[in-house]
Design a protein around this ligand. Structure first.
Ligand code: ACO
Ligand code: ACO
Length: 150
């Protein structure tokens, strides 16, 4: 498994990024400022994440997605660990990540990777997404913000 930065804009897997964030306008917006990294199984792109500098010493994993056929095989964890090392190299002191109140598996994964809940942005999803999002039988309304110190 190789993870490297995507430097050619039309190599960015937009459809895969939409599985993590269904708002194409937001995805386009953060692709303009963030750096996009991909995991490859030989030549197949199997996972992606976008890392954004929020403030001088704080990075955010703003989007992370693994191709459905490759999920639950440890690739998400490898991408998060790559983002942590990359942020250390960039001189950051903290990495943040945000997800929906209904994203139970994602909340489990991020906490297993050392992230702790820091804040809740109430009604973030109901205010920013036109379509209702339901996961695990739960309406996604609030954004849970997590962070990990480096
Ligand atoms: N309860 C407890 N643990 C759980 C649960 C659950 N309900 N669901 C998942 N997990 C754990 C697994 O047990 C596993 O932990 P382990 O390594 O200790 O066994 C871990 O979560 C999953 O780890 P990986 O296999 O490394 O993750 P994967 O490669 O499947 O990638 C990802 C995770 C990126 C969330 C993937 O499922 C995906 O692409 N989902 C669709 C897009 C998405 O939701 N992206 C995140 C949106 S938020 C954001 O982008 C910032
Ligand atoms: N992901 C998604 N949904 C889940 C998950 C999961 N990982 N785990 C449980 N659920 C859902 C189930 O799908 C079910 O939802 P559904 O009705 O839509 O199918 C629901 O949670 C479980 O509902 P019940 O069957 O009504 O709950 P149960 O009778 O099992 O009681 C309780 C839950 C009280 C938490 C029980 O598991 C228990 O006694 N646990 C040990 C003690 C404990 O942890 N108590 C709570 C501590 S916090 C406190 O006391 C305030």
């Amino acid at each position: 498994m190789k993870i490297s930065e995507i430097t050619v804009p039309n190599h960015i897997p937009f459809e895969l990024l939409l599985t993590a964030d269904p708002n194409p306008l937001l995805v386009r917006q953060y692709l303009q400022q963030g750096r996009c990294y991909a995991a490859y199984d030989h030549t197949d792109l199997v996972g992606v994440y976008v890392l954004n500098r929020n403030s001088p010493q704080v990075n955010e994993i703003i989007n992370i997605a693994v191709q459905p056929d490759y999920q639950n095989q440890g690739i998400g964890r490898k991408l998060i660990n790559h983002a942590i090392v990359e942020s250390e190299i960039q001189g950051c002191r903290e990495v943040e990540i945000g997800t929906g109140n209904s994203s139970i598996g994602q909340l489990a994964l991020y906490q297993k990777c050392g992230f702790r809940i820091k804040a809740v942005i109430k009604d973030f999803f109901t205010n920013n997404y036109p379509e209702e999002i339901i996961e695990n039988g739960i309406v996604c309304r609030d954004m849970i913000r997590l962070s990990r110190s480096l």
